[in-house]
Design a protein around this ligand. Structure first.
Ligand code: IPE
Ligand code: IPE
Ligand code: MG
Ligand code: MG
Ligand code: MG
Length: 298
């Protein structure tokens, strides 16, 4: 366990650096577009963040015996989709937040209209990158389909819609809340794993194991996010805390209480680790990452 945490720390820094260098290339030297659009995209994309989804792409690729370098474009594409979702999530019409990744939110800096467009551009660029930079073409097409399904109406956007609706109607059962979390957060984490695996040439069995891991980690990740909204530190998180209750959000802690939420998250992480146990040593970093989700303070 300690050994795998060290392994993860070492690889996390190195992999993160590689992803960030490529993200910079994609945005700064990429699109021929108005300066303000490039600046607003770069502003949120290059503002840090844990880069959890790109790291998942690369670790899944490694776990399935692939070369993570070949998965860097997919790692960048997922981070672009995630960043777009954050920009839109922060808008006044949604969560109305002023702070993200330690800086004023995109709409505070660039205005609401430009923030919508920065999100639109990141979402679109992500698919251009997958289509052009993942080889062979059949794998690129499968990656596009996986990411579209995870980000779209069946996935993240559907989950965000249910989350907005629940602000009005409330959520009374754990099943309803779980269904929201699985879509809103879980599906994109699963897509990260599936893309990494596809690029490594994984078989259906590997994809199934990783999807099981992703569902559990996704739920636990959102439980941790809800708990950190309650007890976390704004400075460490780089975003406002103690907002969910004021918005009437149904969260794990609001439904189950803090202690039971923590127990549920721990159980999910154990299940995630079990799901990737058949990968043996190649899956150790994924297990360490799952543990990080529980222990994180940011
Ligand atoms: C925040 O995601 C939104 C949720 C899905 C809970 P992250 O906590 O991964 O945010 P960054 O990428 O580190 O900023
Ligand atoms: C948003 O969840 C998840 C997304 C799909 C963007 P939250 O609204 O809880 O995320 P934070 O707390 O603002 O990061
Ligand atoms: Mg939200
Ligand atoms: Mg939010
Ligand atoms: Mg939150």
């Amino acid at each position: 366990m300690i050994e795998s945490t060290i392994l993860l720390q070492e690889s996390w820094h190195a992999l993160r650096r590689r992803v960030e260098d490529r993200l910079e290339e994609y945005v700064d030297r990429g699109p021929d577009c108005p300066d303000v659009l490039r600046d607003s995209m770069a502003y949120s994309l290059l503002a840090g963040g844990k880069r959890m989804r790109p790291i998942l792409v690369l670790l899944a690729c490694q776990a399935c015996g692939g070369d993570p370098e070949t998965a860097i474009p997919a790692a960048c594409a997922i981070e672009m989709v995630h960043t777009y979702s954050l920009i839109h999530d922060d808008l006044p019409a949604m969560d109305d937040d002023d702070l993200r990744r330690g800086r004023p939110t995109n709409h505070v800096r660039f205005g609401d209209g430009q923030a919508v467009l920065a999100g639109d551009a990141l979402l679109t660029l992500a698919f251009e990158i997958l289509a052009k930079d993942i080889h062979p073409a059949e794998v690129a097409a499968a990656c596009c389909a996986d990411l579209a399904s995870a980000a779209g109406p069946e996935g993240m956007v559907g989950g965000q819609t249910a989350d907005l609706e629940a602000e009005q109607t409330g959520v009374t059962t754990l099943e309803e809340l779980e269904a929201i979390h699985l879509r809103k957060t879980g599906r994109l984490l699963c897509a990260a794993l599936r893309l990494g695996a596809r690029i490594a040439g994984a078989n259906d069995q590997d994809l199934t194991m990783l999807t099981r891991y992703g569902d559990c980690v996704g739920l636990a990740f959102q439980i941790a996010d809800d708990l950190l909204d309650m007890v976390g530190d704004e400075g460490k998180m780089g975003k406002a805390v103690r907002k969910d209750a004021g918005h009437g959000k149904s969260t794990y802690p609001s439904l189950l209480g803090e202690q039971e939420s923590r127990r549920t998250a721990r159980r999910l992480i154990d299940q995630a680790c079990e799901a990737v146990a058949p990968f043996g040593e190649r899956g150790h970093r994924l297990q360490a990452l799952a543990r990080f989700v529980l222990e994180r303070d940011h």
